[in-house]
Ligand binder design. Structure first.
Ligand code: GLU
Length: 491
């Protein structure tokens, strides 16, 4: 029987979920889902200084928001738990003892200063900085003396010399590493905590992970991990190292390229559907170079062989385009819930101002032009807030505009086509040049010069609201001379 696919996502909770990590999580998730395997979430929190519980919560929350579900994890449990490394200390201790018994590790008493000096010397002499193995050759007596001085050792892995470690990477193909170029990495620190390479191998082995898909930045760790599997007597998983994501200027996508956390894009009003689709097409091509695919297809067609070997470039314009497409396709009821959640208490205020039905009409109009939820909320608050203003002579147009609009019969407001004609007639009747008439009216109604067609806005808002806005505005202009925040200048 073929072994069941098991993948994992193993974030360190030292910050919000980065876009690159979100993509790694998605690749692992899609791969496991397609193979009808299991997807495991493991929290790698062995660094007590940098790991924070709030980031565990934030990462899990953002993954769940994106639509990634895991079969085993800290909140769910599972047969190979616990799923937080900080709760697995006894397990690492047991495997350290095993390595000690077999002579795969040795204690190192070097202090941070001593190691730094060694590193500098190597660099000065043009050698790659590698641990000198000074402590490997200590006699038992020398060790005792150092321990009596109060030094606590770290445990280093004794890397076998003169060998080549070969990895058949599922993305990069065959990659070989000469062990002579490796160093004796630390597996357990003096405080007894395991380092990443050690904890990761023990956990991947015990959690029966079959495929490790991760960022290419971890490729240099892979030979150590392969050697550790061997030392511990576990079969290694298959590896797939995914090229990194670059910012458009060619630098690695990092904080310096702006905020690159998933949370940031979520708060900017990007939809989970768009982010999921975007990230799964970032460095992975789908048949026919299709860019927009429903979620089932994104999973069904995901294929490690389709991961591109070159670095992916993060392209905000493409993400924004995708978001706009998804936003337009959202059924109005779904959109309403998203916007309501995004707008918080503002939504209730708008509902009070306009009534639910009209608010939804307005939302539907703005939906056609918005790129993000944030755009939509901004459009609605401009339209329904108190921030509109006209500059200079336009104020004088208000009574006339009010008058001609008030003459449009109430029932015409229910009929969009009819309304278009009536509006044209009203403009003619006003004697105001068309451009000025329409622009002034649009600013009055939605607080900006560009936007949905006017007759559709009138239809959405209804006669009462339109006249009320004009009325309120005229009064306000009269009392405060129109000094509001948004300035609208005449051509
Ligand atoms: N905790 C590591 C990270 O966040 C996991 C790396 C791996 O997938 O092996 O980068």
């Amino acid at each position: 029987m073929e072994e069941k696919v098991r993948t994992r996502f193993a974030p360190s909770p030292t910050g919000f979920l980065h876009l690159g990590s979100a993509r790694t999580a998605l690749f692992n998730w899609a791969f496991a889902r397609k193979a009808k395997g299991a997807f495991v979430l493991r929290i790698e929190d062995t660094d007590p200084l940098r790991s924070r519980e709030e980031f565990v919560q934030a990462i899990c929350g953002d993954l769940a928001w994106l639509g990634v579900d895991w079969d085993e994890g800290p909140d769910k449990g599972g047969p190979f738990g616990p799923y937080r490394q900080s709760e697995r200390r006894a397990i690492y201790e047991e495997f350290l003892r095993k390595l000690q018994r077999k002579g795969y590790v040795y204690p190192c008493y070097c202090t941070a200063e001593e190691l730094e000096r060694e590193r500098e010397e190597a660099l000065e002499e043009g050698r790659p900085p590698r641990y000198s193995r000074r402590c490997l050759f200590l006699t038992p007596k020398e060790r005792r003396i150092l321990e009596r001085e109060g030094r606590r050792p770290s445990w280093r892995f004794r890397v076998p010399l003169g060998r080549t470690v070969t990895v058949e990477d599922l993305v990069r193909g065959r990659v070989s590493f000469a062990t002579d170029a490796l160093t004796d990495v630390i597996l357990v620190r003096p405080d007894g905590l395991p380092t990443y390479n050690f904890a990761c191998v023990v956990d991947d082995a015990l959690m029966r992970i079959t495929h490790v898909l991760r960022g290419e930045e971890h490729l240099p760790n892979t030979p150590y991990q392969v050697l550790l599997y061997e030392a511990l007597g576990f079969p290694p998983p298959l590896f797939a190292h995914v090229p990194v994501i670059l910012s458009p200027d060619g630098a690695k996508l990092s904080k310096r390229s702006g905020d690159t956390s998933l949370r940031f894009f979520r708060e900017e009003g990007f939809l989970k559907e768009a982010l999921l689709n975007y990230l799964l097409t970032l460095g992975h091509s789908f048949p026919g170079e299709k860019e927009l695919l429903p979620q089932e297809e994104l999973v069904a067609l995901f294929d490690l062989r389709r991961i591109r070997k070159s670095n992916a470039i993060f392209d905000i314009a493409r993400l924004t385009w995708m978001n706009r497409v998804y936003l337009r396709e959202l059924p109005l009821e779904v959109l309403r819930e998203r916007v309501r959640a995004f707008a918080g208490t503002m939504w209730e205020a708008w509902e009070k101002t306009l009534g639910e039905e009209r608010l939804l009409r307005l939302l539907a109009l703005f939906q056609e032009e918005a790129s993000t939820l944030k755009d939509l909320v901004l459009s609605l608050s401009l339209a329904l807030g108190e921030t509109k203003a006209l500059a200079g002579e336009n104020k004088a147009l208000l009574p006339t505009i009010s008058l001609v609009l008030s003459r449009i019969p109430e029932d015409t407001f229910a009929d969009e086509t009819h309304l278009r004609e009536e509006l044209r007639r009203a403009q003619k009747e006003s004697g105001i040049p068309p451009r000025m008439f329409y622009r002034t009216l649009r600013v009055l109604l939605i607080g900006r010069e560009e936007g949905p067609e006017l007759h559709r806005l009138l239809w959405a808002l209804g006669k009462r609201r339109v006249l009320e806005s004009l009325e309120q505005f005229t009064q306000r202009v009269g009392s405060d001379h129109g000094d509001s925040t948004l300035q609208y200048s005449d051509p």
